[in-house]
Ligand binder design. Sequence first.
Ligand SMILES: Cc1cc2nc3c(=O)[nH]c(=O)nc-3n(C[C@H](O)[C@H](O)[C@H](O)COP(=O)(O)OP(=O)(O)OC[C@H]3O[C@@H](n4cnc5c(N)ncnc54)[C@H](O)[C@@H]3O)c2cc1C
Length: 388
Amino acid sequence: MQRDIYDEDHEAFREVVKEFIKRYVTPERSREWDAAGEVDRDTMRAAAEHGIVGLSVPEEFGGAGMLMDYRFRCVVNEELIRSGVGSAIAGAFGIHDDLAVPYLAHFGTDDQKRKWLPGMASAEVLGALAMTEPGAGSDLRGVTTTAKKVDGGYVVNGAKTFISSGKTADIVVTFVKTGEGNRPDAFSLLVIEDGMEGFDHSKKLHKMGFPGHDTAELTFTDVFVPDENLIGGVPGRGFVHLMMNLPLERLSIGAVAGAVAQAALEWTLDYTSTRRAFGQAIADFQNTRFRLAEMATTVDVMWAYLDRAMDLYRQRKLSAEEAAKVKFWCTEREWEILDQGVQLHGGYGYITEYPIARAFLDARVHRIYGGTNEVMREIVARSVTGRK
Ligand SMILES: Cc1cc2nc3c(=O)[nH]c(=O)nc-3n(C[C@H](O)[C@H](O)[C@H](O)COP(=O)(O)OP(=O)(O)OC[C@H]3O[C@@H](n4cnc5c(N)ncnc54)[C@H](O)[C@@H]3O)c2cc1C
C-alpha cells in the first residue's frame, strides 16, 4: 500500500542514507563489528557528517532538530535494515538518537545542553541510557543504585545491566535513587561519564542476536558525580522524565519492527522466486503464495498503524498507552513474519549467512526490551479497563 508520510525531503535524505550504506555499511564492515562486538567510532562520526546521526539534536547545537519528527529516523532504519548488514549500526544510532539525546534535549539545563549536545550531534560524544539492574527490570521502582548527596554532587553505588551501547558510550544517562522509598520523586537521572573514578563499563554481554552492537554491565563504586550532571538540575524528577520519553522509546521499537518486517518480506519474495523444487519456483506453490499474501498485507497494516503513530507523535499527541500498543503489536507481527520468512527459506533460513536468519535472532529481543510485551499489555489493559 502506498505510504504518504514522506515528502521529497525524506526521499532525498533516503538517497543520502543509501550512499552512506554503500560506502560504510558493507558486509565486511558488518563482520568486523560482529567480531569486535561494537561499531567503530569512525563510522559513527562519518554518519554524523552525513547528517544520519544527531538527527534528534536541536539545530542550535548542530543537529537536525528532528526530536519530535520520527520520519527521518524511520528512513534510516528502513534502509539500514533492508541492507541486511546494518542492524548493529541501526541499534547504535537508535540508542544515541532515541534514548540518550532526548533526556538532554528535553530536560537538560542550558549548561548541560551546551556541554553535551554539540558533541552528540557530531558523534564525538555517544550516549546510552541505563535503567535496568540485575535485580530490577520491569519493576523500575525496585532499582537499588543509590546516589547519596554530598557536598558538590552525588556519590553513586550500584550496578546496571543489559545496557545497549553501554561500553562504547561516553556518557550514560543513569536512573538512580536519590530519595527514600519508591515514590516517583525518589528517583533522578544523572549523567555518568566515561573515565569517572569508580565507574566500570567494560564488561560486554554475549547475546543471541545483535553481535555487532555492544550491550554491557555497568558498576558504580563510590563514583563522585558533580551536581552539574543532575539532569534538569532538580532531584526527584527522574521517574517523570523517563515516563515522558516512553512514547518515543516505544514508537522507535515499533518502527524498527516495521522496517524488519518489510525487509523480511522482500528477502522472502526474492528467495522464493529463485529457489526451485519439484520443477517450479517455491513462490509458485499455493502455500507460498498465500503466506506471501498474508505477509504483505500484515506489512501494509503495520505501516498504516506506524505512520499514524508517527503522525500523532509529531503533533505531541501519542500517549504512553498508545505507544505501548504500537510496541507490542508491531513486534509480535514482526516476529510472525520473520518466522514465516525463515520457514519459506527452508534450511537456508537457519543459516546466519542469510539476512533472514540474522534478523530472526536480532528481533527476539524486540519483544523483551523497551518494556516487555507483557508489561505493554498490562499498560494497555489498565487504560482500556480503567482497572489497576
Ligand atoms: C539486548 C538487550 C538490550 C537492552 N538495552 C537496555 C538499555 O539500553 N537500557 C536499559 O535500561 N535496559 C536495557 N535492557 C533491559 C530490558 O529493558 C529489560 O530486560 C526488560 O525491561 C525486562 O526486564 P528484566 O530482564 O528484568 O525481566 P523481568 O522484569 O524479570 O521479567 C521477567 C518476565 O516476567 C514478566 N513480567 C514482569 N512483570 C510482569 C507483570 N507485571 N505482568 C506480567 N508479566 C510480567 C516479563 O514480561 C518477563 O516475561 C536491554 C535488554 C536486552 C536483552
